[in-house]
Design a protein around this ligand. Structure first.
Ligand code: SF4
Length: 695
């Protein structure tokens, strides 16, 4: 990496990561030459992840989009004729008008997710434009809709235990999360707690870095978290260990939860989850007796048919066991709701247009849908890499009668299929507001360099499109600076003033609330709802029911696709240049005569991924793992894990079931690395040797 030179300026990271680090950016001759952690956000502690350290490679790299373009070759070719913004936006506006006139406004589908997670880059001028236009609405369900629905129903999204308070805990349970890859600033607090005598438990199918340091690791089968959590509840209820006084005073639905947990003996849960009964019993004993005890509920556990019931059962544990009311006790999920932000700044009502679940993009683009999608407007998102049923999505993007617009920073897999590409600024070239969802923090993101090429911020482009379509109104923010001021004005009392003054912003309860001391459930009656009726109605077999594993004799292996330390979902994967490796347990590899580094095909009835094998006991037997968010260039046949993931939905919250993919694996050819224990053939694609931060 290039050594830091020149002067340093501060900003913050708004990417889709829980931490929202403050950043110190080194500049020389108007270019970014290095990024490191700042100190404005105390949680950052002066360090950042390796992904964002290399962000300059994205800004100045060969994949950066510098100008608008019209596609020349066939869809997927990535060949473009570069044009002016005026030409490009005229064509976008024409396409939207033609679609509306011919098929109705709902034939335009805006499609965005957390590619840039700041408050300005999504749900500002974009939402105003598409609402006024009457476009189809998008249910953003790719991640967190399932855990979010459970957290909302049980607690009204009560603010979570802060990272710093993990240092006070005597028992820490990391359930379905890998803080070493995402939300890295939690790790030092966990290590501090361990040094002070706390026990760490990790519940995860993989031996994550923290699992290897844990006192107990439950490497359960994907999709069985609900069974394990209910076995803990049964133990608490049946052995007089439930906090009956707390349940009576602060909860509803305890008796129904108890009833649903009754069948889940340690033996039954262990049989379903592929664990030893004694291991679950050990966790149950620890959780019943330790205080403070905290659960970090992650997002890995939601990505299956039982994800909503699992999240609800896990979140219910601190209420049943009476773990609230002490510093370092309770649960952590997302803190995004802690600020009470209502997005009043959008300034346009949602129309009664159809609501499209983003997990069903392939169906929407290929099925007999009325009206059909005629214009797909993708921004902050790379759906060909990140959405289930990849081959159906690709088939849809190949449609000749579909106009696809992609507004992005780099030439993503999806952008290669676009009819029109529009270059977007990165967070180092624009204003934004970074709201963390791990720690509680809110910071201004400032441009530290001029926009590269002709890239423009989201707000400016959507506001101009609004004008071109005759949907603008006087007095409204028309560029990112005006919009930022409007957003700051719309923040809750006191918060906006602090942000504007560049002072540390905090909600009234501070940034390290103790649950049931400083913060309480935000449900209408202020109680914890342990058996919300609406969740019971939503779940196909009822709340806390276990739907069996979808494995078959033909496709017996569970494929998971977790995040890793190389990329943020699919963002920044353009900087990774090695072929991906499938992690497979030695027993499964041996049964298939697969050796380290061999070329393998991973397949089911939906598709095939050809890649290398990494034979490793870090993944449990019966489960294989490919990294989340890979691009086509990272495999030998251009398909990634999502070519194998079904577009079925979770029991609650209509989320994605990435971890319900069931596959078979076969050896195709021997590999150069066969028989070696090379770290480079690990689960994640390995970075090329960087020629320096900047080109
Ligand atoms: S991605 Fe996360 S850890 Fe990395 S700089 Fe951004 S907020 Fe910090």
């Amino acid at each position: 990496m290039t050594k830091a030179v020149g002067h340093q300026v501060g900003t913050a990271c708004p990417l889709d990561c829980p931490d929202s680090c403050s950043l110190s950016v080194s500049l020389s001759d108007g270019r970014v030459v290095a990024l490191d952690g700042g100190h404005a956000n105390p949680v950052t502690g002066g360090y950042i992840c390796g992904k964002v350290r290399r962000f300059g490679d994205r800004m100045y790299g060969p994949d950066r989009l510098l100008q608008p373009g019209f596609r020349l070759g066939p869809p997927g070719s990535g060949e473009f004729r570069w044009v002016s913004w005026d030409e490009a936006l005229a064509r976008v506006a024409d396409a939207m008008r033609e679609a509306r006139d011919g098929w109705g406004a709902e034939s335009v589908l805006p499609y965005c997710y957390g590619g840039s997670n700041g408050l300005l880059t999504q749900d500002t001028a974009d939402a105003r434009l598409f609402r006024r236009f009457g476009a189809s609405r998008l249910a953003r369900t790719l991640c967190a809709s399932t855990t979010g629905a459970a957290n909302q129903a049980l607690y009204g999204k009560m603010p979570s235990v802060s990272y710093a308070d993990y240092a006070h805990a005597k028992l820490i349970i990391i359930w379905g999360a890998n803080p070493s890859a995402s939300g890295i600033h939690l790790v030092p607090f966990i290590r501090d707690a361990q040094r002070a005598g706390a026990t760490l438990v990790v519940v995860d199918p993989r031996a994550t870095p923290l699992a290897r340091l844990a006192g107990l690791h439950l490497a359960l089968r994907p999709g069985t978290d609900v069974a394990v959590a209910l076995a803990l509840h049964r133990h608490l209820f049946e052995h007089g260990l439930a906090d009956e006084a707390f349940l009576a005073a602060h909860t509803t639905g305890a008796s129904q939860l108890r009833e649903r947990a009754r069948e889940w003996t340690f033996e039954r849960a262990a049989s379903v989850a592929g664990l030893e009964p004694g291991a679950i019993a050990r966790l149950a004993d620890m959780y019943a007796t330790a205080s403070p005890a905290v659960i970090r509920c992650g997002w890995g556990l939601e990505r299956n048919r039982n994800g909503g019931s699992a999240a609800a059962a896990i979140l219910a544990l601190p209420a049943v066991a009476g773990k609230f009311g002490v510093r370092g006790g309770g649960y952590t999920l997302s803190n995004s709701a802690s600020w009470g932000i209502t997005k009043s700044w959008i300034g346009a009502e949602e129309p009664p247009a159809r609501l499209v679940n983003m997990n069903h993009l392939g169906r929407m683009l290929t099925g007999p849908i009325d009206p059909p999608v005629k214009v797909l407007f993708v921004y902050n998102c790379n759906p060909l890499a990140t959405v289930p049923h990849q081959n159906l999505v690709r088939q849809g993007l190949e449609r000749e009668d579909l106009t696809t617009i992609v507004f992005d920073q780099v030439m993503t897999d999806t952008a290669r299929y676009a009819d029109i590409v529009l270059p977007a600024t990165t967070f180092l070239e624009q204003y934004d507001l970074a709201r963390a969802y791990g720690p509680i923090s809110l910071q201004i993101v400032r441009p530290v360099v001029d926009a590269i090429g002709e890239a423009r911020p989201n707000v400016d482009v959507f506001a101009e499109l609004e004008q071109r379509l005759g949907l603008d109104q006087t007095g409204e923010p028309r560029d990112e600076v005006e919009m930022m001021l409007r957003v700051i004005e719309g923040l809750p009392e006191g918060v906006g003033q602090a942000v504007r003054a560049d002072a540390p912003a905090a909600p009234p309860f501070g940034t390290a609330p103790v649950q049931f001391v400083d913060v309480f459930p935000c449900t209408p009656d202020g109680k914890v709802h342990l058996f919300p009726d609406d969740l019971d109605r939503q779940a196909p077999l009822g709340l806390y029911a276990y739907q069996p594993d979808p494995a078959t004799d033909r496709y017996p292996l569970a494929l998971i696709s977790p995040s890793n330390e190389k990329a943020i979902s699919s963002s920044l994967y353009e900087l990774v240049h090695r072929t991906a490796a499938l992690s497979i347990h030695p027993d499964d590899a041996h049964a298939r005569e697969i050796g380290e580094g061999d070329t393998v095909k991973v397949f089911n009835e939906m598709g095939t991924v050809t890649c290398h094998a990494a034979v490793s006991p870090t993944v449990r037997p019966g489960t294989v793992s490919l990294p989340k968010g890979l691009w086509g260039r990272h495999t030998l046949n251009g398909s990634t894990a999502n070519a194998l993931t079904p577009d079925t939905l979770t029991d609650i919250g209509a989320g994605a079931c990435f971890n319900d993919a069931r596959v078979q694996v076969e050896r195709v050819a021997g590999g150069a690395g066969r028989g070696t224990a090379s770290a480079a053939a690990g689960a994640d694609p390995v970075e090329r040797q960087a020629p320096g931060l900047l080109h």
